[in-house]
Design a protein around this ligand. Structure first.
Ligand SMILES: CC(C)(COP(=O)(O)OP(=O)(O)OC[C@H]1O[C@@H](n2cnc3c(N)ncnc32)[C@H](O)[C@@H]1OP(=O)(O)O)[C@@H](O)C(=O)NCCC(=O)NCCS
Length: 165
């Protein structure tokens, strides 16, 4: 499939809201209300997001940002610098899950982030039972670094992708 990332426009927001409510997404992204509120808020300079298109169809959303020191410390990730980039993703269309689109989108974001010499490495945190996510990040060049306790999501796997891959 031909996977492409493009800017999110206001016209995409109702579709993304529908994705946030889909059972397979809310299972790992949490209850949709807060995510919808964040989606509708100004993103600011810190949070970047892109719509994922596969063969010209809108299928998902990828977000990336520098985590704050407070967020990292709350997760016990005291050694992880704020200069890293943290990636979050959803394939919102259930029929498009498991077709390699997530891996391709993660790889694109990671490679773009690592093109910035100020970014030491790229990170992702997935729920310990989210095997599909761990597999997609692994296929995109991420390695498991450790497990940790996330305030919201419980036990999580912390994964990193360094520049040499
Ligand atoms: C996680 C997600 C983004 C991955 O995207 P995707 O396009 O489905 O991923 P891919 O098709 O590239 O790869 C998925 C891999 O996981 C594997 N997989 C799927 N379910 C699995 C399971 N229960 N256990 C182990 N592996 C599993 C697939 O077989 C595939 O690996 P393979 O190519 O070696 O066979 C997508 O499934 C999704 O949006 N899920 C809901 C939201 C979510 O969990 N977001 C991530 C939060 S961190």
């Amino acid at each position: 499939m031909n996977v492409r990332l493009r800017d999110v426009t206001d016209a995409d927001l109702p579709l993304i809201e529908r994705w946030l409510c889909a059972e397979h997404v809310r299972r790992y992204w949490g209850e949709p209300e807060e995510n919808i509120r964040l989606l509708r808020s100004p993103t600011g300079a810190r949070l970047r997001r892109a719509l994922i298109e596969a063969d010209g169809r809108k299928v998902g959303l990828v977000l990336w940002q520098h985590p704050s020191r407070q967020e990292l410390d709350a997760a016990g990730l005291f050694d992880v610098p704020e200069d890293v980039i943290d990636v979050d993703i959803m394939i919102g269309e259930a029929a498009d899950v498991g077709r390699g689109v997530g891996t391709a989108a993660i790889r694109m974001v990671a490679e773009a982030a690592l093109a910035d010499p100020e970014v030491p490495y790229v990170i992702a945190a997935t729920s310990i039972d989210n095997r599909a996510s761990q597999r997609a990040f692994a296929k995109a060049g991420f390695d498991v670094d450790r497990d940790f306790d996330d305030v919201q999501s419980g036990r999580c796997v912390f994964m990193t992708r360094h520049r040499q891959k």
